[in-house]
Design a protein. Structure first.
Lengths: 262, 262
C-alpha cells in the first residue's frame, strides 16, 4: 500500500497538499502533469517527473489522481493513457460518473487549502467513493494512511457536504470581510471585534451535533427576538452600504423564519 | 475607585456578568433593581439588596448602571431617584442622549454573554462615553479595573461597532446553523465540517486589520471565481431549502460585487 505508484494531475493547492502528504506517508509520486509552471516546482518537491500534458503520462502508475478545476475533470480524465488503472478525482461537487471506465473513484479532502500554510492531516476529513469494492478498499486504506477521519460518501452526500462547506467557509469568511469593511467605513478599529469573533467560534465549537443542540439555541440578536423596530433602524444606518443592507435583510429574514416556524 | 458604590438596574446576562466582575475587582454593588426573580439570585451573589422597582433604589450610590433592553433604557433612567449621580447604560445601539441630566455615560462591553459561561474579562473590549470629562475619566478607570482593552467611542462609532457585531456574531452563528441544517437534510454528519470551521476561523484570526490584508484575500469558492454555472447548479440543489437558497444567492451576489468592483 505504502509503495503505491501515483501520477498527480494538476499543480494547484489541492494537488500540492495531497502530493506532498501522500509522499510523506510512503507513496511513490512518479509524475506530475500540468500545463502550469508550478508543476515543475511540485514535481521537484516530491521527486517526480513533470510532464506538460496528461496525454504524456505513462501507464506505469497504480493511481491517477486528478486535482484540477471541476469543469476540466472530465476532459482531463479522457486523456489518461490507461483506463484500466484506478482514476480518481478530488472534487466535492462533481459526480463519480464523469470519469471514464469502471475503475474510477473520488478522494475528496473536505478542507480549505492555502499555498503557504501546512495543514495537519491527522484529523482532516477525507471522503471516498469508488465503483468497485476493491478500489473502495484501496482508497479507504490510502485515506487512513493520511488521516483518522475517512468516510465513505456517495456523490449526492459529497455534493451536500461541499455545499455545506460553502456556507461554513466561503460565506462566514465573507461576513467577516463585511464586518471589517463596516468598521473601516465608520472609523471603528476592527480589533474591537476580535474577542467577539473568538467567543462566537468557541461557542459554536462547543455545540453539539444535532439541530436540537445549541448552535440553534445560542442564537441572539434583534432578528432572534423579531425586533422589527431595531431591524428597521439598522437598515437605515446601513443605507450607504448596499451589500451590507441586502445581507442584513436576507439573514434577518432567515433567522426570523427559523425561530417563528419551529 | 475600587470602593465605588454601584446600583445595578436589570438582572439579565449583561447585568449579571458586569455585577459579578465589578464586585470581583473591588466595587461595592449595593442594590440590584429588577422586576424579574433573577434579581434576587444576582443580588445574593454579589451581596447586594434586591429591589423590585427602579423607583425604590436609594440615593446612596455613586454609579447607576442600566443593563436592560434597549427600548426600556429611557423610561428606566427617568425613575432613578438622583439625577446628580452618574447614570450609564450598557447598550451598543442606544445614544447617550436618551439618559436624563448632565452626568450620563455609556459602558458597553462588546461581547456575547451566556448565563452559564464565565468569560475572561482581561481582554474584553469595553467602549466608554460620557458627557463630562470627569465622568469619562471615572468610566475609563472603572473599565481598566476590568480589562486592558478600554476605548472611548462616541454614540455613532458605538452604533457601528454594534452593527459590526451583528455580522460577526449573529449572522455567522446563523450560517453555521444553516450548515448544520443542510447536513441533517442530506444525511451528512456535521462533524465532517468541524475541521473546516476551525481552519476558517484560524485563517480569519491570523488575518490583518485592514481591508487590504487577507480576510479579503483568503476568500475562495464559486462566487469568488464568479462561476455562474456552479452557482446555478447549487441553487437547483438547494431548491428544497428556501432559506438556504435566498442566503446562497444574496451572499454570492455580494461576493461577486466585492471582487468585480474593486
Amino acid at each position: 500500500m505504502e509503495n503505491i505508484n501515483v501520477s498527480v494531475i494538476g499543480a494547484g493547492n489541492v494537488a500540492h497538499h495531497l502530493a506532498v502528504n501522500l509522499q510523506r506517508v510512503g507513496c511513490n509520486i512518479r509524475q506530475v502533469a500540468s500545463r502550469s509552471e508550478s508543476s515543475v516546482i511540485l514535481a521537484k518537491k516530491v521527486n517526480a517527473q513533470a510532464v506538460k500534458s496528461v496525454a504524456h503520462l505513462d501507464r506505469n502508475s497504480d493511481l491517477y489522481l486528478i486535482a484540477v478545476n471541476d469543469d476540466q475533470i472530465n476532459s482531463v480524465s479522457e486523456l489518461i493513457p490507461d483506463h484500466d488503472k484506478l482514476i480518481v478525482h478530488t472534487s466535492g461537487s462533481v459526480s463519480i460518473n464523469v470519469l471514464p471506465g469502471q475503475r474510477v473513484g473520488v478522494f475528496y479532502p473536505l478542507q480549505t487549502f492555502s499555498k503557504d500554510r501546512n495543514l495537519d492531516f491527522t484529523n482532516l476529513p477525507i471522503c471516498v467513493e469508488a465503483k468497485q469494492p476493491a478500489d473502495l478498499e484501496l482508497l479507504l486504506q490510502l485515506g487512513q494512511l493520511l488521516s483518522q477521519n475517512v468516510s465513505i460518501l456517495n456523490s449526492e452526500q459529497r455534493k451536500a457536504a461541499h455545499l455545506a462547506a460553502i456556507f461554513a467557509n466561503n460565506f462566514t469568511n465573507h461576513l467577516v470581510f463585511l464586518t471589517q469593511e463596516l468598521c473601516e467605513a465608520k472609523g471603528v478599529n476592527f480589533d474591537l471585534l476580535r474577542p467577539l469573533l473568538t467567543e462566537t467560534f468557541v461557542k459554536i465549537n462547543q455545540s453539539g451535533n444535532s439541530l436540537e443542540n445549541q448552535v440553534k439555541k445560542i442564537q441572539t440578536g434583534p432578528a432572534r427576538r423579531n425586533d422589527q423596530k431595531i431591524i428597521a433602524q439598522h437598515l437605515v444606518d446601513l443605507g450607504i452600504l448596499p451589500r451590507h443592507s441586502a445581507i442584513y435583510q436576507t439573514l434577518s429574514n432567515s433567522i426570523i423564519k427559523t425561530y417563528n416556524e419551529l
